[in-house]
Design a protein around this ligand. Structure first.
Ligand code: NAD
Length: 278
């Protein structure tokens, strides 16, 4: 059978594993038999995740790691080699936006007290978002793909976004940075072609998480105007659940099921990216 969810013995390195989506992914890989290295700036979060996984009988170690510091990444790499072995699958999950690179309103051009327009965006905020998402994917790939080249097999999985296809209002830097991730996914797939390493990405659609719940729902549970826009732009009229990312993740990381698949960005978006609105 081409589909058999079993990552027994595979060493899976997940960056951003202290966060909402990638902790779900790291835990699922551990439950599927993998030896998981959970990396995050937030050491407490990945240590707690590792303890939870171990308590359930799965293999997971937590490591403090900044995806923007190559030397520190190499130190973590050496520790992962000792603890778990060479990396088979790398999930580049660390990423995100920053308020300093976000406008307050969609179509506001005139300055207003206390409101940030496009003209007020902070260059250092824009730089932060590009660095975190792009360099934060490139640097761990430089570090951990060495294990894969040496063994002539491996899989890299990047996290793109809906904003990579068509930019979302208010977040020019995050949209540009995720477009760069989709582009880099194709670049890596081509660069490593012939080495046995595949590189793909998933592009999650709109999810409800604790971080954005207040933006999406009023206190009485009714949807906000933003939710109406999102669901109006999604032909199936629904959000995506974080657990629904796992099927695409496992499929793309499975050397048998996805043996001929490299350089793709898989939208997991309930149809959002396919819909023109008409
Ligand atoms: P999150 O904020 O919950 O998790 C991100 C994690 O990355 C955090 O634990 C944070 O500590 C860590 N991190 C930040 N900077 C780091 C650094 N320099 N080094 C190491 N770790 C660092 O975010 P999430 O919603 O789980 O998103 C995970 C990925 O999915 C991100 O790449 C994000 O851009 C992408 N994504 C999210 C959504 C969504 O709706 N949540 C949609 C599309 C794409």
């Amino acid at each position: 059978m081409p589909l058999n969810v079993d990552f027994t013995g595979k060493v899976v390195v997940v960056t951003g594993a202290g966060g909402v989506l990638c902790s779900t992914m790291a835990r699922a890989f551990a439950q599927a038999g993998a030896k998981v290295a959970a990396l995050d700036l937030n050491e407490e979060a990945v240590k707690a995740l590792a303890e939870e996984c171990k308590a359930e009988g799965f293999i997971c170690e937590g490591y403090k790691a900044n995806v923007l510091e190559p030397e520190a990444l190499e130190e973590v790499h050496q520790q992962v080699l000792k603890d778990l072995g060479p990396c088979d699958i790398l999930v580049n999950g660390a990423g995100g936006n920053n308020p300093r690179a976000t406008t307050d309103n969609e179509y506001q051009h005139e300055a207003k007290e206390g409101q940030k327009t496009f003209f007020d965006l902070d260059a250092s905020g824009v730089d932060f978002v590009f660095r975190l998402n792009f360099q934060g994917t490139l640097l761990p790939t430089q570090t951990f793909a060495k294990d894969m080249v040496a063994r002539k097999s491996g899989c890299i999985l990047n996290i793109s976004s809906m904003n990579a296809y068509i930019p979302l209002t208010k977040i020019p830097a995050y949209s540009g940075a995720k477009a760069a991730i989709s582009n880099f996914t194709q670049w890596l797939a081509t660069h490593f072609a012939g080495t046995g390493i595949r590189c793909n990405a998933i592009a999650p659609g709109f999810l409800v998480s604790n971080q954005n719940r207040k933006l999406l729902f009023n206190e009485d549970g009714t949807p906000t105007a933003r939710t109406a826009k999102i669901l109006g732009g999604t032909p199936t009229g629904r959000f995506v659940d974080s657990e629904e990312l796992l099927g695409g993740l496992f499929f793309l990381c499975d050397d048998k099921a996805a043996s001929a698949i490299t350089g793709v960005v898989l939208p997991i978006d309930a149809g959002f990216s396919a819909y023109s609105g008409v």
